[in-house]
Write a protein that binds this ligand. Structure first.
Ligand SMILES: Nc1ncnc2c1ncn2[C@@H]1O[C@H](COP(=O)(O)OP(=O)(O)OP(=O)(O)O)[C@@H](O)[C@H]1O
Length: 272
């Protein structure tokens, strides 16, 4: 579905992403984890065209053919069907929840340039937006200004915006950031639901979420892949425990870590 080969990004003398061969398969939910500064955001920025790679390639499979996204612009990547939900919100605060999703649906639509004048298209986008809001659990709040949403609801809205235009691949950037620990189950349900009909790459520090939803986990450390396996195998991998997990799940899989990845909310305790 989406693959990289030798993907590398240097910032001056620093290699933030180091020769990464990665593959996201159709229907798969893959998580990308690693300590602060491991290169997760940079990898996302490369996949979405926000950054140009120093070396390597990015390809998306569409209609049975591999298509290069290596030098594609962010809008070309989005047009190709790879959408990202942002850790730093891209919500218009004064607009309503519905408007935020409708505008995203319109921008993603094939007839975007006609949208403002074409009533049928406008109605279609409103319908799509309501469907998406229903899916992310926000339809009851459709007429609220986005600024009035709680943290967790904003994350839900960001996922909704990323869903607009029906992408093939969803890149979810810390959908749990700033969300209270009571809402973790809602976020798990939301991620699991969108993964039923999209290939999903998730960056998330909360290991309870990652271990719960992932089909596969890729671990980055200092820009390089140090593990790529099923959750149980990754959890038991000594190199991953050393670099990131710091004791998480070593005894019975349910313990909170004494250090390492966060398990409940917005506090990040992972060492760089
Ligand atoms: N624009 C930039 N210029 C220079 N260095 C950068 C730039 N962006 C990131 N870096 C460096 O690249 C490395 C990887 O950073 P990145 O933000 O990708 O890590 P991360 O895994 O997303 O971390 P976090 O979990 O804290 O979000 C870090 O050492 C960071 O300081």
């Amino acid at each position: 579905m989406l693959r990289t080969a030798g993907l590398t990004k240097n910032f001056g003398g620093l290699t933030a992403v180091d020769d990464v061969d990665f593959r996201l398969r159709e229907g798969e939910l893959c998580s990308l984890i690693g300590p602060n500064g491991a290169g997760k955001t940079t990898f996302f920025d490369l996949l979405t065209g926000a950054l140009e790679p120093t070396a390597g390639s990015i390809e998306l499979r569409r209609d049975g053919e591999w298509e290069s996204l290596t030098d594609a612009s962010p809008s070309a990547v989005a047009q190709a069907g790879v959408h990202r939900s942002y850790q730093i919100t891209n919500v218009f605060p004064e607009r309503t929840v519905l408007e935020n999703v409708r505008v995203a649906a319109q921008a993603a639509g094939e007839n975007a340039w006609k949208g403002w004048r074409n009533t049928a298209t406008f109605e279609e986008h409103i319908e799509e937006a309501h469907g998406i809001l229903d899916r992310v659990g926000l339809d009851a709040l459709a007429d609220r200004p986005a600024s009035a949403l709680a943290h967790g609801e904003k994350r839900q809205l960001e996922v909704g915006i990323a869903l607009a235009g029906d992408p093939d691949v969803l890149l979810l950037d810390e959908p749990n950031a700033g969300v209270s620990s009571e809402s973790v189950d809602d976020i798990i349900d939301l991620i699991a639901d969108v993964a039923t009909d999209h290939a999903v790459l998730l960056v998330e520090h909360n290991m309870d979420i990652v271990m719960n939803v992932s089909d596969r986990i890729v671990v980055l450390n200092q820009g390089a892949v140090i593990a790529d396996d099923e959750p149980a195998a990754v959890r038991e991998d000594p190199a991953v425990q050393r670099a990131y997990l710091g004791g998480y799940g070593e005894d019975d899989g349910d313990d909170l870590p004494s250090s390492g990845a966060t398990t409940d909310d917005d506090e990040e305790v992972v060492g760089a």
